[in-house]
Ligand binder design. Structure first.
Ligand code: ZN
Length: 109
């Protein structure tokens, strides 16, 4: 485990509860793709946080599938948040262009 891992270990609860910021989430997902140790730690913490509910229910439980679904859900959130900021940016640029055109028209008149 390297020093970088410590940061990501601290972020695991926030990841599970969806409290990471966009950039932290991006870093976190990237790191987990390459770090076996942190992936294992995530499994452990996930299992602990879900443990009681799993024991209480008789529902079939597949840790790897659940973690994979969680990761996909978080990735989708990240993408949709990005799309939203991109859409906002395009609107801003549109408004700016409209403003510039208006000023240009005013100057010509
Ligand atoms: Zn790590």
């Amino acid at each position: 485990m390297n020093r970088k891992c410590l940061r990501y270990r601290d972020e695991i609860p926030a990841y599970l509860e969806d409290r990471l910021t966009e950039s932290d989430l991006e870093d976190f997902l990237l790191h987990l793709q390459h770090c076996e140790a942190c992936s294992e730690e995530l499994s452990t913490q996930y299992l602990m946080s879900r443990g009681l509910r799993i024991l209480e229910s008789d529902l079939p439980f597949d840790l790897n599938t659940e973690l994979k679904e969680l990761r996909e859900r978080r990735s989708r959130q990240l993408r949709s948040r990005r799309t939203q900021s991109l859409a906002a940016l395009i609107l801003e640029i549109g408004a700016l262009i409209a403003f510039v055109l208006e000023v240009a028209l005013l100057i010509r008149l």
